[in-house]
Structures are given as structure tokens and as C-alpha cells.
Design a protein around this ligand. Sequence first.
Ligand SMILES: N[C@@H](CCC(=O)N[C@@H](CS)C(=O)NCC(=O)O)C(=O)O
Length: 364
Amino acid sequence: MNCIAKEQLKPINFYQIPFSHFCDKVRWTLDFYSLPYESINSSSRRTSALKNAPSNLQKLVPIIEDPNNESTFISDSTPILLYLDNHYGDKKTLFHTNMIAKNDVIVQYCLKLDSKLGLYARRLAYLHVISEKSAILSIFIDGNYNKTTRDDWSSYFLGLMGSCIAIARLGIHQIREEYIFDKTICILEEIQQNIHGKQYLFNDQFTAADLTLTALIQPLRIVPALFIKYKNIFEYCDRIREQHDPKEFEDSYAERLLKHHRQKRKSSQYQSIFRNIIWYIFYIVFYPFKFLFITTGTQTNHLYQYPSTNLTEKAHNDNRILKLTSLVNKTIFFSTYLWHFCFTIPKQMEFVNEEGNRILHRHS
Ligand SMILES: N[C@@H](CCC(=O)N[C@@H](CS)C(=O)NCC(=O)O)C(=O)O
């Protein structure tokens, strides 16, 4: 436990991607404990500040660096929550212990949500963003969060690059093959049972489990069928957010731009006709080259970065290792994933929409 009064603490460095739901989980926790912190927008490759971090640190954000404790670096959201609770949870805690649900039950629940809900929600949300407004992902290349629209040509071009990286890094082109939609339904059904008739998940109190659920389910709000079907879970999370997040919550950068795009699309039919014409020309010209791409990028044994060897201690990560070292690698990479962007992603989207319709009409 840190004995320095909170007013005297130095700000904790909080490395984040502003629209990451894992980062929102840690941001909320820092605010919950009323800790001073400085947010540093980061991508693991770009942030030179992380060069001081230990080489074995998991270089995925969220990461915190605590100058009040010999500049300790901690990564992985649930271990960060535990660290903050151990050091600063003297007055308030997210890990209440009592006879019914012990601390480790809450930790296990959080790790399970990190390894399942957090990863599935992210993949499905990226599928929607890439299919509907890929220019939003130009943010990965230019890092410019001040841009309030992404309708210019440079955003379209950089968005293609950003989409290729997201597709490859998170396997967005393999959502159907890896049963991500079905797995999401399974975990949502389980959560629905867990919250049934309850104020909170554990101990009749707000814990890290409620916070984790509320933060990690957020990307699924842009998946229409799931948002409708599991309305009661989203309502539960709205209440948790309203009662326990000290900061007024606002949509993330990507959600804001996507919602704006959906509104605009409703009112402008010409744009989609124009887009479809370009699309068909592209399809006719490139389809004969299918054989060049079909064997690459579709293998199922991927190399994951920071995999978990023990899921009760550390969350699973689904970030795949990308080989982008030489110019030849880069050329093969971008042509392969551009192919997936044009031809595989629309099929994946079609599949998710069909499955969405199926679950909506199953019991009604
Ligand atoms: N299990 C990790 C997940 C961390 C994670 O996947 N972070 C993503 C952002 S949501 C990231 O750093 N992406 C950058 C990259 O893949 O290089 C946690 O709970 O913190």
C-alpha cells in the first residue's frame, strides 16, 4: 500500500490508444481511485517513451508507469487493476472480499472477459468499421485525433493501409472460420444469466468484474443485431457506467465517426451508387488474379504475440505477429490484405449480418 497522500502523488503515465476498450477499463480505474495520471497516446511501435520499459514487458496498451514506485511498468488490464488496488485501494476497492465471492473469483471473471468478450467484441467491431467506413482507420497511420471527419482522399488511402493492418493483426478475415460470432453469443448468454435479477455481478457491490464487463462490451454497441438482442446487458452496463464512472462517458473516436457516417449514409443514396460502381469495376478487373492471393494469409496456425500459457494467471491475446521487415514482405503483405479487404471482408460481413438476422428472428 502506498502511504503518500494522493495529492502528493506524481502523475502515473498511462499509455493508451484512445478508442481501445481495454484502455478505457484502466482509465476508469485510475479515475475511480482518484489518481493523478497523464495519458500518452501510443501505438506500441511508435512510442519512444516505452524504450525504458523492461524488454519482457507485454507491449500492448494499456500500460502504466508509476513514478511513485520506482517507475514500475505494468501491462495487461487486469494485472494493472490489481496493482492499482494493492497500492492505492486503501479507501475504495474494486476487489471486495467476503465469504461469497473471494478476490480470486473476481480476478478469474475479469481474465475470462479479457480473453473472450474483449477480443470477440473488438473483432466484430473492426469488421463493421472496415466494411462501412474504412477511412476511420487512417488514425492508425496519421495518429491525428483532431480530425473530426475522415471524408478526404488521404484518409481513404491511409484508411486502406490501416484496415490491412487491422485485418492481419486481429484476423478480421477469419471471423466466420474461427466461429467468433457464435463464441460471442455463448459468452453473452452466460453474462445474461450471471446478471439476471442482480444489482451487481458479485457480493452485491460494484467490483472490477462489473467495470470490466461494462468497458469491454462497449464495441458491441455498433453491431446492430447484438445490441438489440442483448439489450438487457447493455442496460445493465449503462446503469453501472452512470453510477460508478466518475468521468462523463462519451463515444470513442471510432464510434463517433461511424455513427456520423451511418446517419449520413441514410440521407445520401448517390454516394453509395457511386461507391458500388467503383466496386464492380474493381471486382471485374482484379477477380482473375484470385489465384495469386488465395493461398497466402488464409492458414489457420498463426503466431500470436504475448500468448497466455495459463489462462488463470494471464489473459489470452489474439494479436498476430506481422512480418513487415523488408520491402518485399511489405509488398506481399499489403497486396494480400488488400485482396482480403476487397473480397473476403464483404463475405464476412454478409455472414455476420445473416447470423444477426437469424438470432433476432429465432425466438420471436
Ligand atoms: N489482454 C490485454 C489486451 C491488450 C491489447 O490487445 N491492446 C491493443 C489495443 S486494444 C494494442 O495494444 N494494440 C496494438 C497492437 O496490436 O500493436 C489487456 O487486457 O490489456
